[in-house]
Design a protein around this ligand. Sequence first.
Ligand code: ADP
Ligand code: ZN
Length: 447
Amino acid sequence: MNSTNIAKPLVENAVWQPEELLERPALEILQTQRLRALVERLGKRVPFYRDAFARLGISADDIRSIDDIRRLPFTTKSDLRENYPLGFMAVPREDVVRFHGSSGTTGRPTFVGYTRADLDLWANLCARFLYAGGLRKWHTAQVSFGYGLFTGGFGLHQGIERIGASVVPASSGNTARQLILLQDLAVEYLICTPSYALHLIEGIHSGTLDRNSLSLKGMFLGSEPWTEDMRQRIENDLGVYVENNYGLSEVMGPGVSGECAYRTGMHVQEDHFIVECIDPETLEPVADGEEGELVFTSLSREAFPLIRYRTRDIASLTRKPCPCGRHTARMGRIAGRSDDMLIIRGVNVFPSQIEEALLRVKATAPHYMIEVDRPRTLDEVTVRVELQPAMFSDSMAELSRIRDQISASIHSVTGLNMKVELVPPNTLTRFEGKSKRVTDHRILQQG
Ligand code: ADP
Ligand code: ZN
């Protein structure tokens, strides 16, 4: 879905590294070689894999084609927790030059390490999607992801430096200062979560800053589920070009996949990662185009490579050709994590579906919260949503019409009736990092 009137990146077929254009047969030969070497390495260095390979009677010699990956064991988040903190480390401690950790969205953080070569690879992987999205050495890019254990800040920072563009390491928080930096340093690209982008946009509109005084032309957003409708809202609001990118610390950090200028899904950097999409119940592969759980094998990472890591992220894959010339598999948007999926009266719903339904109604602002409860025997969902300031009127009839429209939209996307509460502009929580829009009282009651 492309918005009109948005300036697209100048070079549509931009590639940062020639390997990005490998055709599938060559790519699969490379993947198979790297997988065999990985099995050899991990069988010697990581007790979890040594034991698993022994149990399955597998060695590196059994990896003859890419399909042999299905003979290898899965790795789960609980395997990482059981081997906490550093049981999966595959190099001597002295070779590790940095640690990061997952942001702990779903429990205790997990730590991951990087060697010097890992950091070098990671910088190039981030540079690939930044370059494809239009970033060049003469640009300035502001990173408004938190700098710390979270991989977002440092990951993108290195990618920008690798391209040779100027980086403004703003980190997250202090919105007023963020806006001054954007303006005074003539920043062209902004990098953050979609929810923080919304927050900054509000700051821009709050009157202290003139949009025309900004040089902003693009945003690279990621690190949390968001919808195509949200992208459209942001693009139309600021007249900038917005791209999606994906990653997770267990697999590398940002740079696992990202969009090219054609935005036909996020290209998985398959020369360094093998991606699979499985049915989370049967663990069998699902067909291209069907949603399933994404599973990644990090082929080249030295300090902390994982085999068949189950991400719990739900999305579909396609291998149809992309006009940009890359032959890599592309991921659709992440519908959500299997952990975030709500089961409402037996129906599976992702918060991203509710976002999609809300944003289809023009009067809504892109700020909402979802509350789930079970007052007696039935689940009830309350969706609180802000209206665009111009649409928030005193007329009860008008408000009730908008509410009905939203309820109908939610019903048509999810098949469920939810209670809708319209709240005045600027009253719901704003997020500086990953958003937390769902409160599930049913879990709180049990836990
Ligand atoms: P965690 O959130 O598990 O503590 P990370 O900071 O490594 O750890 O975040 C990785 C997760 O963020 C992914 O597994 C995915 O759920 C989410 N994520 C990252 N990028 C995107 C994106 N572009 N769209 C949707 N979700 C994303
Ligand atoms: Zn492409």
